[in-house]
Design a protein around this ligand. Structure first.
Ligand code: NAP
Length: 497
């Protein structure tokens, strides 16, 4: 029976090992690359420099060069160190001959205790919190040298992200079978198989979908976890690579000329972020104000949203938004709130990103549970989540959860929303802090959001208010003041979603 299984596995692995053999014959294998270089420290970035400033390691074993470029894609995207697992005794073409039952690779794969020695080592494994582990499939399993690698270090507290390359077979149980080789306390992500020639985009989308993102542990904490708000430029860089302003104008309930005028006033006053939605029935007016502003298109960032009643025909809805806005492309499109077919709608937005219709995509009114369920079903990690956030409804659990995923948080109803602003702006604590800084209550609330790493889009049709809402960068709230406002949380939602 074992033999039969082996034969089946052998067939699955056949093309990979065949490729190994071919590489050996042409002298292109890793095994032939020279003993001297093998002895060198091999944690390098792509340009061959030891980076030493990252906490993600991409470790790979590649005998023919199939796995290597994909590992390099991962390292490049993650800004990670790259480590090549090289055998102390290089594999020759005879070693890799799958037809010879006694060949070295066949014998090793047949012997679960085989541990081929590795040349060199990862110098400072302690500094990595995540290890992406890449290997070819040999006989349906990871080559035994991967076992050697895993047993050589302490992976406690680390996350291991395995992927394999193979021409025909899938990852099978090869990733799960590695789990027992490391002590407990290690988080394993589900592995994935990639074919030779897989694109960089596919690799990066997979990593991003798993929440493996290109920033360091330090960046994940404190100030910089907020995807680095740049208070000089007043922008934040999204995980899509685009920059978005930190403060904007919301256009909910602004209709017809009121909307055109409000957005035009905001643009005149330096506001470059505009939030609209299909449901606000004013995308055309927002587009008109943008086109008439004379400001270069790429300097303005427009967000719109698909409403759940559009999710069943999302392609049509996206084109409708593009037509109404008439501003060449949409900077950010969100799903307005969860609903039937939301995954389908999101996937259509992913395609629209691919087609150049939309630059960044995200979600609105998604909280921890909703995100946990939704994210594994989509490929592109949202760049933004827009939720209700104000001093009486602070979402203190939700905000860091979203930020730790590398997603920017934006707050709607920053001033409490129409009908609620008087109480919030008149709040004693906020008014006292405002007085101390010579600022308005609205400015203090907006600044409090910014210092929590939350982008603000206050709505207004009053030019004085619009102006006031831009003047948020010439003062700073102290830790104590931040704490005082944090203490005002009442978990009091001002809208239903
Ligand atoms: P908001 O920004 O909390 O409050 C708007 C109200 O505040 C208006 O009545 C406005 O009146 C007043 N205001 C603005 N600036 C002020 C200032 N400096 N001093 C005193 N009053 C000021 O509520 P919102 O506009 O409804 O919400 C903000 C944006 O979030 C919306 O416009 C929309 O784009 C977005 N949003 C998204 C969702 C979602 O589900 N994704 C839901 C709701 C809202 P004046 O016009 O007189 O200035």
């Amino acid at each position: 029976m074992k033999r039969l299984c082996s034969m089946i596995l052998m067939l699955a692995a056949l093309s990979c090992l065949a490729a190994c053999g071919k590489g050996s014959q042409t002298g292109q294998t890793d095994a032939d690359s020279g003993a001297a270089s093998r002895k060198e420290e091999s944690v390098m970035n792509r340009s061959g420099q030891s980076k030493g400033n990252t906490d993600i390691l991409v470790a790979y074993f590649s005998c023919t060069g199939t796995t290597k470029p994909l590992a390099e894609y991962a390292a490049e995207y993650l800004n990670a160190d790259l480590y090549e697992i090289k055998a102390e005794t290089p594999y020759t073409s005879e070693d890799l001959d799958y037809n010879a039952s006694g060949s070295r690779a066949n014998k090793e794969q047949d012997d679960s205790s085989a541990r081929p020695a590795i040349s060199g080592k990862v110098e400072d494994m302690d500094k990595y919190h995540t290890v992406v582990l890449a290997y070819p499939i040999w006989w349906g399993q990871a080559p035994r040298i991967i076992s050697t690698f895993l047993e050589s270090y302490d992976f406690k507290g680390k996350t291991i992200v395995p992927f394999c390359t193979s021409h025909s077979s899938g990852i099978g149980s090869s990733d799960k079978n590695l789990h027992s080789l490391v002590d407990g306390g290690t988080e394993w992500k589900d592995g994935k198989r990639f074919a030779a020639g897989t694109s960089e985009k596919e690799i990066t989308e997979w990593l991003s979908g798993l929440g493996i993102e290109p920033f360091t542990a330090e960046e994940k904490e404190g100030e910089t976890s907020r995807r680095s708000f740049d208070f000089e430029k007043k922008t934040v860089k999204l995980n899509s690579g685009y920059e978005m302003p930190l403060n904007g104008i919301g256009t909910y309930s602004l209709e017809d000329d009121t909307c055109v005028n409000s957005v035009s006033e905001a643009l005149k006053r330096g506001v470059r972020l505009i939030d609209t939605a299909y449901m606000y029935h004013n995308e055309a007016e927002v587009g008109e104000a943008v086109r008439n502003s004379g400001i270069p298109r790429e300097e303005i960032f427009v967000t719109t949203k698909l409403y759940p009643n559009q999710f069943s025909e999302p392609e049509k809805a996206i084109d409708e938004a593009l037509n109404k806005l008439d501003i060449e492309y949409i900077d950010m499109m969100l799903l307005h709130h969860p609903g039937t077919d939301d995954v389908k709608a999101y996937k259509a937005m992913e395609q629209a990103v691919e087609d150049g219709k939309i630059r960044s995509i995200g979600l609105s009114n998604w909280y921890v549970e909703e995100l946990e369920e939704f994210l594994p079903q989509v490929s592109i990690t949202p760049a933004l989540v827009q939720n209700e956030i104000h001093p009486y409804y602070q979402e203190n659990e939700v905000i860091p959860y979203i930020q730790d995923l590398g997603i920017v948080v934006q707050g709607w109803y920053p001033l409490g929303g129409r009908g609620h602003t008087a109480e919030l702006l008149g709040d004693e604590t906020i008014s006292a802090i405002a007085k101390a800084h010579g600022k308005s209550s609205a400015q203090v609330i907006l600044r409090w959001n910014l210092q929590k790493g939350v982008v603000v889009i206050p709505g207004s049709s009053n030019p004085d208010h619009i102006q006031e809402n831009t003047e948020l960068y010439d003062f700073e709230l102290t830790d104590e003041e931040m704490e005082k406002i944090n203490a005002l949380d009442r978990n009091e939602k001002h809208d239903w979603y």
